[in-house]
Design a protein around this ligand. Structure first.
Ligand code: HEC
Length: 150
């Protein structure tokens, strides 16, 4: 029997396709539970948070279409669940005063650092990038004494 030179490649493709199909069945936590409470943010603040932060820091994630296809879906659900764990605006009212103070400072420094935070996400979603004015507005709301806003 003659082997076509394309065959190993075809086997590879077939195998990959099979793997791609199988991994779609790995169960994931890709839920938006009902927010525990309604946050008391003024609508101006709420709007900025919603656009720039809620996808990873609330139960109001706008799941993109590729969030349903493994393995991209693994990355995004992991990112969202660690984002929610660090800070969840849907649960803001449940945080104690100490936790809030700690988070307010972190929000402020995150906004001023403008670093690698959510970089990949912003590459895919350039329209949600906050303007410098929006950053200042958010950080002065959460942390009026912010040295970065003086
Ligand atoms: C693409 C997802 C994503 C978006 C969008 C996002 N974050 Fe995060 N954020 C994360 C993840 C993941 C973590 C936890 C790991 C880490 O600290 O990098 C986090 C952590 C944080 C923390 C805690 C940092 C610390 O030092 O513990 C703060 C504060 C924060 N984010 C603020 C924000 C604010 C404010 C916005 C909106 C302007 C925002 N994030 C948008 C993913 C995101």
């Amino acid at each position: 029997m003659q082997h076509s030179p394309k065959r190993p490649f075809r086997t590879f493709l077939g195998g990959s396709l099979l793997v791609m199909i199988i991994i779609q069945f790995v169960p994931l936590e890709r839920k938006n539970p009902e927010p525990a409470t309604v946050s008391g943010f003024p609508s101006e603040i709420e709007d900025i948070l919603q656009r720039g932060c809620y996808d990873c820091h609330s139960f109001e994630t706008r799941w993109p279409r590729w969030a349903y296809i493994a393995p991209a879906s693994w990355l995004i659900t992991k990112e969202v669940s660690s984002g929610r764990k660090a800070l969840n605006f849907s649960e803001w009212e449940r945080y104690g005063d100490m936790k809030k103070t700690e988070l307010e400072e972190k929000i402020d420094s995150t906004l001023h650092k403008n670093t690698a935070h959510a970089k990949l996400y912003l590459t895919f979603n350039p329209t949600v990038r906050l303007t410098p004015q929006e950053r200042v507005k958010l950080s002065s709301w959460f942390y009026p004494e912010s040295p970065g806003n003086q």
